[in-house]
Design a protein around this ligand. Structure first.
Ligand code: ZN
Length: 385
């Protein structure tokens, strides 16, 4: 980091904010804003704006490295925390590739870097969050959610439905515990009933059951459409073939809660594999604070992430998310080139082009790539073209 480099980045940030549209959140005048600088992640907070014009002129003027806004709506967002007058809070979720456990590519590139695979994995987890939990278990429709790329290596989901606004801390904790909390155990799903003195029947969840039970039953039935999927759950090949060949009758039995169709000796580990496909992979560090804390500050959608120079870009729909590539769609600094000295062992892919690795090399790079490497601490900007 250097004064010269910081100035070059600030200039880029200014021109981004001068041209971006739709940067204001809903009910902007009731939101608390915070800003980060090169020196401090949150340097200023308890700030408020009367409208988009005012916010934008601040952003163009100050070119903050990070822009955050409160989950909460307040009567007076500029007052001290206990005097703000809480009016309600949106519900927020934060999914970060850095929290995904056993991500194979991370062993290669370390936890400081996010590659295409990391970003795809984070996207997979956010789709799971929406499709496995928020829609079926909480009854939110995909249209009621705002999804945005975090600007670095994950995604944020915001829900502003009237019914969530008044939820307090403990209700928010219940939601995050249900979604990210302790995994359900085998014995609460499967049990045996004695049908006569010599025979027991294996019973389990039905696809029509609510919550986790329905998820497990449905995940099994989905897997039963492919022999490979069944064996990947740990089911022996012969049994997998039988299930696959008799899918209609297996389905019927499971619909009745009867899991006694074939002998699966390692049923418990199959169940655990089924479950691990449903659970959102966010490790132990899950950022529950984001969901649980009604006064949390989070990066403003469509603002610049000062750790990458990328846009914390809004993704218009769940369908658009499936196709979204942040290293193309969230690139901000699209004009010109910057001269840099780079020392980076990583291969950076942006806008479909590859950059690096570089061994302490001086070269000119497109502004977006130079900014990304500079903000990651892997390059110094030496003079602009
Ligand atoms: Zn990776």
């Amino acid at each position: 980091m250097s004064d010269f480099g910081n100035k070059a980045i600030s200039g880029q940030i200014k021109s981004y904010y001068a041209s971006v549209a739709g940067i204001a959140p809903d009910r902007i005048e009731e939101r608390e804003f915070g800003f980060g600088s090169f020196a401090s992640r949150i340097a200023v907070r308890h700030t408020a704006f009367g409208g988009e014009k005012e916010l934008r002129s601040y952003l163009v003027d100050a070119a903050p490295l990070h822009v955050d806004y409160s989950a909460a709506y307040y009567k007076d967002p500029t007052a001290a925390m206990d005097k703000k007058g809480w009016l309600g809070s949106e519900l927020r979720f934060d999914i970060d590739a850095g929290d995904i456990v056993k991500l194979p590519c991370r062993i290669e590139h370390g936890k400081e870097w996010a590659c295409e695979k990391c970003l795809e994995a984070a996207k997979g987890e956010v789709i799971k969050l929406i499709e496995n939990f928020l829609v079926p278990d909480f009854g939110f429709s995909a249209r009621e959610m705002e999804i945005n790329f975090s600007g670095n290596r994950g995604y944020h989901v915001h829900i502003r439905k009237e019914s969530v606004l008044s939820l307090g801390k403990s209700a928010r904790e219940e939601i995050s515990n249900y979604i990210f909390g302790q995994e359900p155990d085998y014995d609460s799903f499967f049990y045996t009933v004695r049908i006569d003195p010599r025979h027991e029947k294996q019973m389990g969840p039905r696809p029509s059951d609510g919550g986790w039970r329905g998820k497990v039953a449905n995940a099994f039935l989905n897997a039963a459409h492919s022999k490979e999927d069944l064996t990947s759950l740990g089911i022996d090949k012969t049994v997998a073939n039988k299930i696959f060949a008799n899918i209609a009758s297996v389905r019927k039995q499971i619909e009745g809660g009867n899991w006694d169709f074939y002998s699966i000796p390692n049923r418990k580990s199959v169940f655990e594999n089924l479950l691990s496909r449903q659970v959102i992979n966010q490790g132990n560090r899950i950022d529950k604070g984001v969901t649980n804390d009604p006064s949390h500050l989070m990066r403003l959608p469509n603002s610049i992430h000062g750790g990458t120079g990328l846009i914390a870009k809004k993704v218009p729909s769940l369908a658009a998310l499936e196709l979204f590539d942040p290293m193309k769609g969230a690139v901000a600094f699209n004009t010109g080139e910057l001269a840099v000295r780079v020392d980076s062992r990583y291969r950076l892919v942006m806008n479909g082009k590859e950059f690096g690795p570089y061994k302490n090399e001086e070269l000119e790079l497109p502004t977006y790539a130079a900014a990304y490497l500079y903000l990651k601490g892997l390059a110094d900007i030496i003079s602009s073209k």
